[in-house]
Ligand binder design. Structure first.
Ligand code: NAP
Length: 304
């Protein structure tokens, strides 16, 4: 596809896994003329420059967004309210403000009040990631064939929404548009609860380590290993996800506990039929993920 500049100047607030992947993909596809970034630490700002991800870095987010046509918030969602307050007055009329946060209703709540007239606020969430963090962890292909969920605010102009959708498509994503609350409910079960379960099971195993004398690590390939990968995800990012999607996660956790009680009862009473039926249903879900092309690339290949 021929390179078309969609946003002449892009400002990335935070330059970790997600925003550094966006920087790499923007460059690869020629979607901007200049990219600048803001990060909290001097070390990250220096690293972003060394990796040649951006033209310039800033310590002050308000400085970074000045003159930007697209601003992407890519920091933990707990920082958004304060960032919104700081950058709001510096946003250029006609600019689009978006984010990549893993929750959406809280983001609209926290940033919405700081959006000046003439700026389009179009929240988004690329459903793509790894357990790694920081500017070295990103890669240009991260979003390819992955979904990006866009949750436009009522005041955003349709052409600004369409442009942002086009941007994500150029990064290789498939795009869905959703209400923020619906996004939060769906992601609570597909992403947030699995992370909570992984953190919990790894924590429980760690606490048992003195009883099992190192065998948890030795026999990790028995299933535990996959949980440890997820439970190695950034603690700050995930703390903020749970604090900002409380209702939906608690709703899903309630249902999860009910199902767990059914399985507990079946095991206790030797009810093999219930267990087998349950496991057969869940196996079909795995098949559906592979058929939709959403498994890991390696698993996708094996399934062919
Ligand atoms: P990350 O790799 O940990 O990077 C976070 C970046 O934000 C770092 O550059 C950090 O700078 C910067 N930062 C933190 N607080 C800041 C502040 N107050 N002002 C300016 N910069 C600040 O995080 P990530 O994994 O890319 O996640 C970023 C966002 O994407 C989160 O909202 C997350 O919910 C969302 N998300 C993550 C994933 C995933 O799998 N990781 C997937 C989809 C969406 P320093 O390095 O200097 O601290």
């Amino acid at each position: 596809m021929a390179a078309t500049v969609l946003y002449p100047r892009v400002a990335l607030i935070g330059i970790g896994l997600i925003n550094s992947s966006i920087a790499r993909a923007i460059k690869r596809h020629g979607l901007a003329r200049s990219i600048v970034a803001c990060a909290k630490s001097e070390a990250t700002r220096r690293r972003a420059t060394e990796l040649d991800l951006v033209e310039r870095t800033y310590a002050d987010p308000a400085e970074a967004v000045r003159d930007a046509d697209l601003v992407v918030l890519g920091t933990p969602v707990g920082t958004f309210a304060e960032l919104g307050r700081v950058i709001g007055p510096a946003l250029k009329p006609g600019a689009t403000l978006t984010d990549v946060g893993s929750v959406k209703a809280a983001v609209v709540r926290d940033i919405g009040p700081h959006i000046p007239a003439g700026v389009d606020f179009v929240p988004a969430h690329p459903v793509a990631g790894t357990e790694h963090s920081g500017p070295d962890a990103g890669f240009a292909e991260l979003f390819e064939e992955r979904w990006c969920i866009v949750t436009p605010t009522a005041s955003a102009r349709p052409e600004a929404v369409e442009r942002l959708i086009g941007f994500w498509r150029r990064l290789g994503s498939r795009v869905d548009v959703m209400e923020p609350a619906h996004h939060d409910l769906v992601l609570a079960i597909t992403s947030h609860l699995p992370h909570l379960i992984a953190y919990n099971i790894v924590g429980t195993a760690k606490d048992l380590e003195s009883v099992t004398e190192g065998e948890v690590i030795k026999y990790a390939a028995g299933g535990f290993r996959d949980f440890t990968r997820i439970a190695a995800s950034d603690p700050i990012m995930w703390r903020d996800v749970f604090l900002n999607n409380r209702e939906a996660v608690l709703e899903m956790l309630g249902r999860f506990n009910e199902d767990l009680a059914v399985l507990t009862r079946a095991i206790r009473s030797g009810d093999g039929r219930t267990l087998e039926e349950f496991f057969a249903r869940t196996r079909a879900i795995r098949r559906g993920i592979i058929d939709a092309g959403q498994a890991d690339p390696e698993d996708q290949k094996k399934a062919r």
